[in-house]
Design a protein around this ligand. Structure first.
Ligand SMILES: NC(=O)CC[C@H](N)C(=O)O
Length: 379
């Protein structure tokens, strides 16, 4: 069945319907990871986005129930050059097409994804539409122009949990699957703000001895403090960090009282809460091979990334130190506060999918909690 992808600037591509039949709008972005499509589909940070995979064949190792970062796909739409309809992997239980249909994700295949990505790189990420019900490019371009843009919207409220819960999964091993978190012997009590949290962050924290309570995005600083955490974690999540005033306010109140660690959206919110600002990148960083320099260790790490906004270095005051930069475009990749125990990174130390070079950051959070505990016991 025919499908069309159209962009707000008038560019369009004819392709074939994949997944659900229907029509969907979102910001059209691209991800350069060669594998890890299940983790990408289920990363809540992609909510509101139509994700194009640059790798030419997607779905070749099928879909299994384990490689997920949340309980369902959150992205608006999915674009691939070729979707593999005969997956080959001992863990596979269904095809990509069947999975996208099951979760009602309107997708398209068979378009020239290289041409699309080159266009996005030239003109910048923008709103687009995939449709298999209306295939008139002119009408679709109009609909794309009328669709809400990503900037200025609070998408976090659409993906955050409704109620607090305890993280129960540990790390995955072949043959045994996910370990169960050993909360009884946990040494650190962590409260994790769920702005759209990826499960592998929680798995990494529980594996290092944290008992993690995940709380909804609007939980107040007072409610968090009532749980007496040793540390607070600020998660990744979708959309623009600037309109999330409630989160910025709560983080501001927690700073100096408890160690804070943020990833991606959590990093952007920490920067804003400490006086900085963010801006939209031309087409973002999404993929598994972004080089980052850690000033402190004087080491380059290859990182997993997924973001369209970035912290403005010029907006940061002298109590905020830039700890990491992206070696492709020199954008801010990590910060540390000098006045309170808090740090954050723009990229994904939990990988899933991607390289594991940055795992040391979870250990840094543990060290920070240890030091804070020691100092408080002496006080
Ligand atoms: N993965 C994330 O947390 C993304 C953060 C934010 N939504 C951005 O696009 O920049």
């Amino acid at each position: 069945m025919k499908a069309v992808l159209a962009l707000a600037d008038g560019k369009f591509f004819y392709g074939k319907a994949l997944g659900a039949i229907g029509e969907v709008t979102g910001e059209v972005v691209f991800n350069t990871s060669m594998t890890g499509y299940q983790e990408i589909l289920t990363d809540p940070s992609y909510h509101g986005e139509i994700v194009t995979m640059t790798y030419p064949q997607i779905g070749n190792y099928g879909i299994n129930p384990e490689d997920v970062e949340s309980d369902r796909p959150f992205l608006s739409g999915f674009v691939v050059k070729e979707s593999c309809s005969f997956p080959s992997n001992f863990r596979s239980q269904m095809s990509l097409d069947a999975y996208l249909k099951d979760h009602n994700i309107v997708s398209i295949e068979g378009i020239d994804t290289r041409a699309l990505v080159r266009h996005i790189r030239t003109v910048g990420a923008q709103t687009g539409i995939i449709s298999s019900v209306d295939t008139d490019p002119e009408s679709l371009v109009k609909k794309a122009q009328q669709a809400p843009a990503l900037v200025g919207r609070d998408l976090v409220q659409e993906v955050t949990c409704k109620q607090p819960y305890q993280a129960e999964e540990g790390l995955w091993t072949l043959g045994s699957g996910y370990a169960r978190a050993n909360t009884q012997d946990a040494v650190y009590k962590v409260v994790a703000y769920d702005f759209g949290i990826k499960r592998n962050i929680l798995r990494n924290l529980t594996a290092l001895g944290c008992d993690v309570t995940v709380v909804p995005a609007t939980t107040t600083a007072e409610e968090v403090q009532a749980l007496k955490p040793d540390g607070v974690f600020l998660s990744n999540g979708p959309g623009d960090p600037e309109p999330l005033l409630y989160a910025q306010e709560n983080i501001r109140k927690l700073l100096g009282k408890v160690p804070v660690f943020g990833i991606c959206l959590g990093h952007q919110l920490l920067a804003i809460a400490s006086g900085g600002s963010t801006y939209k990148l031309k087409f973002g960083h999404r993929g598994g091979n972004q080089p980052v320099l850690d000033y402190q260790r004087q080491q380059v790490e290859i990182t997993s990334q997924n973001h369209g906004f970035a912290v403005d270095e010029k907006s940061l005051h002298d109590q905020v130190k830039v700890t990491h930069i992206n070696l492709n475009d020199n954008t801010v990749e990590g910060i540390e506060l000098l006045s309170s125990p808090a740090f954050s990174v723009q990229y994904h130390p939990e990988a899933s999918p991607g390289p594991h070079d940055a795992h040391y950051l979870f250990e840094r959070f543990i060290d920070m909690m240890n030091q804070h505990k020691r100092e408080n016991n002496h006080a």
